[in-house]
Design a binder for this molecule. Structure first.
Ligand code: GDP
Length: 526
């Protein structure tokens, strides 16, 4: 049975390698949705200068204005929820987790730089869950790569089929606009950062005389030739394949000039999936089920030491969330109700009475939640799909103020629960090892431990660069590797054994010595 509340919801993330234009595109979407009135209203949540103070300043701002974590607005009868992701690569894992809470993504690629390192990593995460992807090739107002080459590059490096929906006429200095292939429209480009609409010329087909008024003969010839090639190579859009995450529709435009955005947004609301199913450990949950379920994918700390509460971001998966109703916290096995849940419409937070699958609500939390926690109406359920990824930098925590040992322990526990970094414990002596994907995270942890918990610590660098979760059906063999390779073994927050190694070679050696043991680079495995 379909439910109009569910069908109208489109929950997604805009992702990109830093600087490709994610923030700009987000802002333009909000402008279209009437959620903001002026450009510049969306905070850039990134630390360009790479310094801690800078980053902390931004984090502080975000702490106050958590509203930017989710941006909801209505557009053409749909409720759009954009989930924000951090721009800095050191916080990539936060982005990966947010991707577990969306139903699709728009991937922004810079036409000058093409596919970049973070573009590839993000795509790998999308592939893990078969998340449908639409690609927006941005900055067409600059002299970028050839459009056919870009399509090839997308297919080859992102390992996904593509299907262009619009096609650029010229590029950079000669950029005239795009031709909307399936609607047979010519969208003319006028560089202007302030405007919201662009001139659209509706034509019957490429032979339409109207086109000659706007395009030079040479441009028209090139366009006809290109489109013929495109039809031959890519054919019409197969939305089934898009929904399965196998094929990405591609749009060209210029976010800063508000060009190509409306057709992107209009196609998006037409083809992007509404909430449907979610995998839990024991079964698949349908969005249309009557009973409420949801999971926490992000925890945001209030950085003001006087207000220690945190906000847990809950993605609703099925049923209806209601204020002041008791829900069942499946890990703690206890009932909780929320009197001040927050909604994030129009870029502002406000009290929410009820929310539906696809929505994200913010719950004030005094320490009940960890990332991945599931709420239900009583069923014992645990949603899957929020794996932890192998960190690449490992450092041992050294307490610098023995009087504050308790505070340090608590701080480390809470910060790792928030997902700032991963904690591993190594024996003997309960040595605490923090694993991250970036150096910046250590600085943030030190800063926050001192500011919020009054604890001081130092980090002793370790030589480990790789980690794999290990398992074996024969528990004796698992014990054997744990015993014989004790210096490589640590335990994660769920007490699962993890093999830490200096390089791939060392991991391969262990695999050879213990062929029955399985090694995994994410925490979620069968
Ligand atoms: P993010 O790091 O992916 O969020 O990227 P931003 O949205 O902050 O954009 C990075 C830079 O690219 C900013 O200086 C933008 O003004 C610029 N930019 C964004 N879109 C365009 C575009 O279409 N053309 C050009 N020339 N610059 C753009």
């Amino acid at each position: 049975m379909s439910n109009p509340e569910i069908d109208k919801r489109k929950t997604f993330a805009i992702i990109s390698h830093p600087d490709a234009g994610k923030t700009t595109l987000t802002e333009k979407f909000l402008l279209f949705g009437g959620a903001i009135n002026t450009a510049g209203a969306v905070k850039r949540n990134k630390a360009n200068q790479n310094t801690t103070s800078d980053f902390m300043e931004i984090e502080k701002q975000r702490g106050i204005s958590v509203a930017t974590s989710v941006m909801g607005f209505e557009y053409k009868g749909k409720r759009i929820n954009i989930l924000d992701t951090p721009g800095h690569k050191d916080f990539a894992e936060d982005t990966y987790r947010t991707l577990s809470a969306v139903d699709s993504v728009i991937l922004v690629v810079d036409s000058v730089k093409g596919v970049e390192e973070q573009t590839q990593k993000l795509m790998e995460v999308c592939r893990m869950r078969n998340t449908p992807v639409i690609i927006f090739i941005n900055k067409m107002d600059r002299e970028g790569k050839d459009s056919f080459d870009l399509l090839d590059e997308l297919e080859n490096s992102l390992k996904i089929s593509v299907c262009p929906q619009s096609w650029p006429i010229g590029q950079g200095y000669t950029f005239k606009g795009v031709y909307n292939i399936y609607a047979n429209q010519l969208n003319l480009f006028e560089p202007d950062k302030a405007k919201v609409t662009e001139p659209v010329i509706q034509v019957k087909n490429l032979q339409d005389d109207l086109l000659k008024q706007y395009l030079k003969e040479k441009e028209l010839d090139k366009l006809s030739g290109d489109l013929e090639l495109i039809e031959g190579i890519y054919g019409p859009l197969d939305t089934e394949m898009y929904l399965e995450g196998l094929l990405a529709p591609v749009f060209f435009g210029s976010a800063i000039n508000n060009f190509g955005i409306r057709e992107l947004l209009d196609t998006f609301i037409n083809i992007a999936p509404s909430p449907s199913t979610r995998e839990a450990e024991t079964r698949v949950v349908e969005a249309t089920e009557k009973n409420f379920t949801g999971f926490v994918f992000k925890i945001h700390a209030n950085l003001d030491p006087n207000h220690r509460d945190r906000i847990a971001f809950l993605r609703i998966c099925s049923g209806k969330f209601e204020r002041n109703k008791f829900f069942y916290h499946t890990r703690l096995e206890k009932k909780l109700k929320f009197s001040n849940p927050m909604d994030f419409m129009a870029n502002e937070k406000s009290l929410v009475e009820e929310a539906w699958p696809g929505d994200v609500v913010g719950l004030y939390d005094s320490g009940n939640f960890k990332i991945g926690d599931t709420l239900t109406e009583g069923e014992k359920l645990q949603f899957k799909g929020i794996p932890r990824f192998s960190p690449e930098i490992f450092k041992e925590v050294e307490n610098r103020d023995p009087m504050k040992t308790k505070q340090l322990e608590k701080g480390i526990q809470q910060l790792t629960e928030e997902g700032v970094a991963q904690l591993f414990v190594q024996q003997p002596g309960n040595r605490k090892i923090i694993g991250t994907v970036g150096e910046l995270q250590f600085e943030v942890i030190s800063f926050r431990l001192e500011n919020e918990y009054g604890a001081k610590c130092a980090f002793r660098p370790l030589t480990f660069r790789k980690s794999s979760w290990i398992t074996c059906s024969d528990k004796k063999i698992l014990q054997d590797i744990i015993y014989r390779r004790a210096s490589n073994i640590a335990y994660d927050k769920d007490s699962n054994p993890v093999f830490l190694a200096d390089n791939d070679w060392a991991i391969n050696l262990a695999k050879r010595d213990f062929p029955e043991v399985e090694f995994f680079t994410t925490s979620e495995f069968k």
